[in-house]
Design a protein around this ligand. Structure first.
Ligand SMILES: [Cu+2]
Length: 415
């Protein structure tokens, strides 16, 4: 559910999750750094551009680099200071997923990715010694939650001095199966993924022997972490998943129960590691606009963090979403009227993504929304329009759906 396209957004689990035994060090999870392909040198710049990804925030971080210019290949100290609107240092931040501050560092071309955690100092500043791999511009997304505040994301553009590498073009993956250090993560989703339509992303994780992984460990208090950044780096999503519970957060404009309404993109994550035939981790999300996005999934197993990147091409929103009566060719067409859902029983294949096109005839019925309780999917059904719901049934049996008042009922029969 998007709100405004013009503003940036961020999302994260809002509930503070305090663990006393949290990891002390912040192991760098930098993904394979592309090798330097040119000898061209980038000159560092002292100018650090900051963009707010949170609307109407009462707090903002600033960033200073010590020594004054960031230089590749050596330790630079990143110093973040969170301040209120009066410019006072705000020390009182909430611990969210074991950390007071999360920092995502990506190169401008999204080829390099790192998820690290600056440490708070007695003076309230957050410091981290960090070595950039190459010269060039990096985007630093800092993510923190002051007391009595929604989660806040600021992004900083830092021009790092040093030898540049060749820009890595961002090309959508044709193979959605990725192997990283013996772990294979396969993303299964409807193709193509359409903007402005809910979609599920199912991640199947197998080990080197091809066996489903059932022993993922919580990483920073979550079963999986997802970071999604649009090609132009203007859209950012950071999600922490809780075992057995759907989480999402700040910056989202959607479901009830979310505490903040500032953003434009959301992702719910449900871990499911019980059955071999089911995805290891599932995420429901909605990409706000068409374009190329890079997604990094982070999973922990055997004490090691695996960072697995995907590049997704999100195609333009279906015209039906905007209200035409056309529906995608491959969709199952379901009408909603005072007679209920027609058809009310829809056979679907287990593990196969399916599109359901709900056309609501008139507003003289209670079908103003459709709810798949079990999947935590709820979509508005405007009158005389067609709304497409995409999902992948993962369990055999009946998968019920109903109108928001639970009066009109239907089911998918999953085989
Ligand atoms: Cu983090």
């Amino acid at each position: 559910m998007k709100t405004k396209f013009s503003i940036l957004f961020a999302t994260i689990a809002v509930a503070a999750f305090i663990l006393t035994g949290c990891t002390q060090s912040s192991p760098s999870t930098n993904t394979a750094v592309p090798t330097n392909g040119t000898s061209e040198r980038v000159e560092a710049s002292a100018e650090i551009n900051r963009t707010h990804l949170t609307e109407n925030a009462s707090f903002a971080a600033d960033l200073k680099i010590e020594p004054s210019l960031a230089e590749a290949g050596r330790e630079n100290t990143l110093v973040f200071t969170v301040k209120d609107k009066q410019g006072q240092v705000e020390k009182n931040l909430q611990i969210v997923h074991e950390k007071l501050m999360h920092l995502l560092i990506v190169s401008e071309d999204l080829a390099e990715f790192d998820h690290v955690h600056p440490e708070q100092q007695p003076d309230g500043t957050f410091r981290l010694n960090y070595k950039f791999a190459n010269g060039g511009t990096y985007k630093l997304y800092t993510d923190f939650t002051p007391q009595n505040s929604p989660q806040i994301v600021n992004v900083f553009d830092v021009k790092v001095g040093g030898p540049a590498r060749t820009r890595t073009p961002l090309v959508a993956d044709t193979n959605l199966s990725k192997s990283v250090d013996g772990l294979t993560v396969t993303l299964k989703t409807v193709q193509p993924i359409k903007a402005a339509a809910g979609t599920s992303l199912d991640f199947y994780i197998t080990d080197a022997d091809g066996k489903p992984v059932t022993d993922l460990q919580p990483y920073l208090g979550a079963m999986a972490h997802f970071v999604v950044i649009s090609e132009d780096a203007s859209k950012f999503l950071h999600v922490h998943a809780e075992a057995g519970e759907v989480t999402t957060s700040a910056g989202t404009g959607g479901h009830e129960g979310h505490q903040d309404k500032h953003g434009e993109m959301e992702m719910d994550v449900e871990p499911d590691v019980k059955d071999t035939g089911t995805p290891t981790v599932r995420a429901h999300t909605e990409f706000p606009i068409a374009g190329i996005y890079k997604l990094w999934g982070q999973f922990q197993r055997g004490g090691k963090v695996f960072t697995v990147p995907f590049v997704l091409n999100i195609t333009a929103a279906d015209p039906n979403v905007a209200g035409s009566t056309e529906v995608p060719e491959d969709a199952v067409k379901i009408t909603v009227s005072s007679n209920g859902f027609e058809p009310a029983t829809v056979p679907v294949k287990r593990g196969e993504p399916v599109r359901l096109a709900f056309t609501r005839k008139g507003d003289g019925n209670c079908g103003s929304e459709v709810v798949f309780q079990k999947l935590n999917i709820k979509r508005a059904l405007p009158a005389n329009k067609t709304t497409v719901v995409e999902l992948t049934p993962i369990e055999s049996g009946d998968l019920a759906f109903a109108c928001g008042m639970n009066m009109l009922k239907g089911k998918l029969v999953v085989r």
